[in-house]
Design a protein around this ligand. Structure first.
Ligand code: CTP
Ligand code: MG
Length: 386
């Protein structure tokens, strides 16, 4: 736990079963952007400089799935929830009130993963003047009252707000309000602001955010299981040398002139390996295979390419496509193009149509134009489903 006295506490409720979401696990444990949904809001609170402790309420029986999802994530305590959201929040408040007497509390749904610090900042500032504050969003659609499926009247949407979480309160006041609300047995409340207001307190509002949208139905997950794309580029140059072989994309080209280099000087695979490492933000080929290391002398460059592929796979990425441009006056690349593409596709374990190889001269200009060496540019796109 962070240093006492604790001023601002976060309480995340994650004890629901997500019945409406149609997911194979309770929705707060579904993977979003590479981590379980619950981790997003836990980190948003833990990383905030003015949040002193973060507690999480999980469902009875969710202990092991929660432990797995939260591995490596910083928080201050786990509490077992109840059969309704209201009861889960109550359990959390009871637990926290037993160890902390005076604080602000921000109560948040784990089902709203994308919590930005500016919402927390607005709530904390408003708490300087109010004992209860909620984020709200304006209504954009018109609102009507229905009677037997027919429009009976309309509402003035300017006086209507859509309520989000976190909802921020004085800890003692919201705990007392929850205790009182338990006496109204017939009524259950869908959030804490309703309870706070029902016992006579004022609830102030600040601007919410569209990103705080609550994941509820299966389509919420479809919209957000979008692919994540990353792009990388690579460039390499090698000098022509007599008595050297010419390897391009894993294919030995019949040529009386080759490229000089520490390894087999496969300039195409070097540029493409750098592009893939770049897409992963994992340095460059020299970081992974230092040219000073004798073990890479004469090495076949598909080792480098396969290593970068392995890193991509380990991080959940697949290759969308690669586009390579070879710049030289000679040899002519056209006759070898298909073989080079197929070889690269085989090394990357992708289809031929995912690999493009183009060639150009530099109009006799510069080192490539004078036939002193060859240059290659490579771009690669990788994707991962969140
Ligand atoms: N929640 C909770 N305890 C419950 C029910 C809900 O802590 N007994 C939490 C959910 O985990 C969620 C938040 O309250 O973070 C908002 O509830 P909701 O969106 O209704 O989630 P679920 O109850 O899990 O979903 P459903 O109603 O579809 O079953
Ligand atoms: Mg629910």
């Amino acid at each position: 736990m962070k240093n006492l006295p604790l001023k601002n506490i976060a309480l995340i409720v994650a004890a629901g079963s997500g019945a409406r979401s149609g997911q194979h696990v309770p929705k707060q444990y579904v993977m979003l952007g590479g981590k379980a949904m619950i981790c997003h809001s836990v980190s948003a609170f833990s990383d905030h400089p003015n949040i002193d402790a973060t507690y999480i309420v999980i469902g009875n029986g969710q202990e092991s799935i929660a432990a797995e999802a939260l591995r490596g994530i910083t928080f201050d305590g786990l509490i077992i929830g109840g059969d309704t959201r209201q009861n889960s929040v109550f359990n959390g408040l009871e637990y926290i009130s037993n160890i902390i007497s005076n604080a602000n509390i921000l109560i948040h749904d784990a089902a709203r993963p994308y919590l930005r610090h500016d919402v927390i900042d607005r709530l904390l500032s408003a708490l300087d003047h109010h004992s209860g504050v909620i984020p709200i969003m304006p209504m954009t659609d018109s609102l009507i009252i229905l009677k037997n499926d027919v429009m009976a009247s309309s509402l003035d949407r300017d006086n209507i707000g859509r309520v989000q979480t976190p909802q921020a309160f004085d800890l003692q006041l919201i705990y007392a309000a929850h205790k009182k609300a338990r006496q109204f047995r017939e009524h259950s409340y869908s959030d804490d602001a309703q309870i706070f207001q029902a016992v006579g307190h004022k609830v102030a509002t600040v601007a919410g955010e569209a990103a705080l949208h609550k994941y509820t139905f299966a389509e919420d997950f479809m919209n957000n299981s979008k692919q994540q794309f990353r792009i990388g580029s690579g460039y390499d140059v090698h000098r022509f040398a007599k008595d050297e072989q010419l390897w391009l994309g894993g294919i030995k080209i019949d040529s009386d002139i080759g490229l000089a280099g520490h390894s087999d000087a496969d300039i195409v695979l070097h540029a493409l390996t750098d592009a893939l490492l770049g897409a992963l933000s994992m340095g460059d080929i020299g970081d992974h295979f230092p040219p000073t290391d004798p073990q890479w002398k004469g090495a076949s460059s598909d080792i480098f390419m396969k290593h970068a592929c392995q890193l991509a796979t380990e991080n959940g990425y697949t290759i969308s496509n690669a586009d390579i441009t070879i710049i030289c006056e000679a040899p002519k690349i056209g006759p070898h193009r298909l073989k080079i593409r197929q070889s690269i596709a085989d090394i990357l374990c992708v289809d031929l149509d995912q690999i493009s190889v183009k060639a150009t001269t530099s109009e006799k200009l510069g080192f490539t134009g004078r036939g002193e060496g060859m240059a290659v540019q490579a771009q690669i796109l990788i994707e991962r489903s969140s």
